[in-house]
Design a binder for this molecule. Structure first.
Ligand code: NAI
Length: 331
């Protein structure tokens, strides 16, 4: 029997984790709080700690978890930049994740951001509701024949390339490991500099690590086309937000669509509508008419939630049955 402490729990986590419970013997306790140094006490007595993108699993947190009896960290997401893997390894705590939960969900959301920013459907919706049927300032551009640069062509990037090819765009890409199948479909691989220089739209689908942190920075903006559109559905730290704000002010950056943000931990997934938001950068971003922000919802489809839940339960069951952990994340 496994006892699971699920952190950063929302109503939908509760619903799906109850619905797909593999047996009545599994005990699951949902905590609204995120896991961090202040909340590790809650995990006392639970073998498994189940966490999401903004829980902070630092060395200090891991040491406390170890003392409290945690044996397994089950990430219910793909990215693992929020876990100190080396510390987990040293402490003998295994880490598993959900490597793919509907890449199409994220790829489709990236295209939704592009279409909304470009064709301004969010503005049209509001205008029409107020009886304003004017087309002034709603001009967009055709995606057909535009150059879309894709950084990272793993599972999500690949699904995104397919969507872009369907729109008749020219797709150029950068990845450490070019994908032969994509090349056969017409995607051209290029250096990161060429992707920055030649693209009308750039969409980020690579992980956040020390090589990719702030890959979209002042130097990158300097070589991009004027009026370029940048879409980030990957991780906030890929974009240097201060540099992006400067580029927006100079009209270098024509459109910015983000589902992730460098300092999202204290903001995203929560209702702050009655609070004073202290984060000046997000408030500045919100003030631009050509910036569209969603709060880490790219994955948020029925299919993805089901996949996240069932894979997480499978990872936990495999761990307790001593089976090979095919979704283990190693340092
Ligand atoms: P993946 O592991 O299948 O693909 C990542 C690709 O990035 C690989 O092809 C890899 O070779 C490439 N890559 C690694 N380092 C690179 C570099 N320095 N430059 C260019 N490419 C590089 O991962 P997947 O499933 O496609 O996910 C991509 C990212 O999307 C994840 O790391 C995660 O941060 C983010 N994500 C966001 C979600 C959301 O709801 N907004 C949901 C799921 C994932």
């Amino acid at each position: 029997m496994s006892k699971i402490a699920l952190f950063s729990a929302k109503s939908y986590d509760k619903e799906y984790f109850e619905r797909f419970k593999p047996s009545e013997e599994v005990q699951i306790r949902c905590f609204k709080s995120a896991l961090n140094e202040d909340t590790t006490e809650l995990a006392k007595g639970y073998d498994v700690v189940c966490v999401f993108v903004n829980d902070q699993i630092s060395e200090t947190v891991l040491k406390c978890l170890k003392e409290h009896g945690t044996k397994l960290i089950a990430l219910r997401c793909a990215g693992f930049n929020n876990v100190d893997l080396e510390a987990a390894h040293k402490l003998g705590i295994k880490v598993v994740r959900v490597p793919a939960y509907s890449p199409s969900a994220v790829a489709e959301h990236a295209m939704a951001l592009i279409l909304t920013l470009n064709r301004k459907t969010h503005k049209a919706y509001n205008r029409v509701r107020e009886g304003n049927f004017s087309l002034e300032r709603l001009t967009g551009f055709n995606i057909y024949k535009k150059t879309i640069g894709v950084v990272g062509t793993g599972k999500i990037g690949k699904a995104f390339c397919d969507i872009c090819l369907g729109f008749g765009a020219k797709v150029i890409a950068y990845d450490l490991y070019p994908d032969k199948e994509l090349e056969s479909k017409g995607v051209t691989y290029a250096s990161i500099e060429d992707v920055f220089k030649k693209s009308d739209i750039i969409s980020l689908h690579c992980p956040l690590n020390s090589d990719t942190k702030h890959m979209i920075n002042k130097d990158a903006f300097d070589i991009m086309k004027n009026g370029v559109m940048i879409i980030n559905t990957s991780r906030g730290g890929l974009v240097d937000t201060k540099a992006a704000i400067k580029a927006l002010k100079k009209h270098k950056l024509g459109y910015l669509g983000i589902d992730v943000y460098e300092q999202e931990e204290d903001l995203f997934f929560h209702d702050h509508s009655e609070s004073i938001i202290e984060d000046e950068m997000i408030m500045r971003l919100i003030s631009f008419p050509n910036v569209l922000i969603t709060s880490h919802q790219a994955f948020f489809t029925d299919e993805a939630l089901e996949q996240i839940t069932t894979t997480t339960y499978q990872n936990i069951t495999d761990f307790f049955n001593g089976k090979e952990l095919k979704n283990e994340v190693k340092s």
